[in-house]
Design a protein around this ligand. Structure first.
Ligand code: CP
Ligand code: NVA
Length: 301
């Protein structure tokens, strides 16, 4: 039994195997209706709990569809409706859920909640985003990059904007998948110090994206950030918008990614999001295929 808690907590060989598995199983069901079952039914007779303490479109739907395609069943739980949100401990929640379900995916606020759930659960736990990381997203992003451009090893990836939870998982992936990661953003909003050494910082965005194979950004205000900080943050990040002018500094065949949901014409312009470099909807689709591989790995299937 394996937990999938973070990219830096997972063996690089296992990460590589999951990406390759995702590509193979995606190809095997090409052209089939979305609700059709995978031939090998790896999650047959398995029940998976999907817990959300924050909103979600992609994570919710892709996990739900993924489990069903693999022959399993899902249970969608809102954190606010559970006793977890009303004082029951995380440890007790983990012990109880482990008696009913075969795997737990959780989207939560504090990373400590995820880690405690995993400590006390006797079934695999998957990180569906915390304030600190979003590993499933980056597994989908690696799959997407490699589909379009081949191995990501040795490539230059540039993140422009907020050094947030999605950036943190990119930083972990840079080490595990051996690519170069450059961060460009305003100094007061630098990534957390725990990520130091996993990336280089170049303050000037045009200079940073020079020769980039992949340019990535994300919302300037994440779900856990106070809305009161919105205007200040927008003022700080404005110079780091990914627009057509910035993309001219990247490689001619550079890809553009955004995990979505986007605030169009804030962190990235619609011209870039809908333009020739963009693979944002392939990324969204690949959440499904990458997470199916993660779930199979968790259950040893
Ligand atoms: N990218 C992502 O995790 O999207 P959702 O918040 O819609 O799940
Ligand atoms: N950084 C964003 C990602 C959403 C998928 C957030 O945490 O809100």
């Amino acid at each position: 039994m394996n937990h999938f808690l973070d990219i830096h907590r997972t063996d690089p060989a296992d990460l590589r195997a999951m990406i390759d598995d995702a590509a193979t199983t995606k190809a095997a069901r090409a052209g089939k209706p979305k609700g059709s079952l995978d031939a090998d039914l790896p999650l047959k007779d398995h029940m998976v709990a999907l817990i959300f303490e924050k909103p979600s479109t992609r994570t919710r739907v892709s996990f739900d569809v993924g489990v069903r395609q693999m022959g399993g069943q899902t249970m969608l739980l809102s954190g606010a409706d559970m006793q977890l949100g009303h004082g029951e401990t995380i440890a007790d929640t983990a012990r109880v859920l482990s008696r009913y379900v075969d795997m737990i995916m959780i989207r939560t606020f504090e990373e400590a909640t995820l880690l405690e759930l995993a400590e006390y659960a006797t079934v695999p736990v998957i990180n569906g985003l915390t304030n600190r990381t979003h590993p499933c997203q980056i597994m989908a992003d690696i799959l997407t990059f490699e589909e379009h451009r081949g191995p990501i090893k040795g490539k230059k990836v540039v993140w422009s904007g907020d050094g947030n939870n999605v950036f943190a998982s990119f930083a972990h992936a840079a080490k595990q998948f051996e690519f170069d990661l450059v961060f460009t953003g305003p100094q007061p909003l630098d990534p957390e110090p725990a990520l130091d050494g996993l990336y280089t910082t170049i303050r000037n965005p045009q200079e940073a994206v020079d020769g980039a194979d992949l340019v990535v950004t994300d919302t300037w205000v994440s779900m856990h950030d106070p809305q009161s900080a919105r205007e200040r943050r927008h003022n700080q990040f404005r110079g780091y918008q990914v627009n057509e002018d910035l993309m001219t500094h990247a490689s001619d065949d550079a890809l553009f990614m955004h995990c979505l949901p986007a605030h169009r014409d804030d962190e990235a312009t619609s011209a870039v999001m809908d333009g020739p470099h963009s693979v944002i909807f392939d990324e969204a689709e690949n959440r499904l295929h990458a997470q199916k591989a993660v779930m199979r790995w968790c259950l040893g299937k």
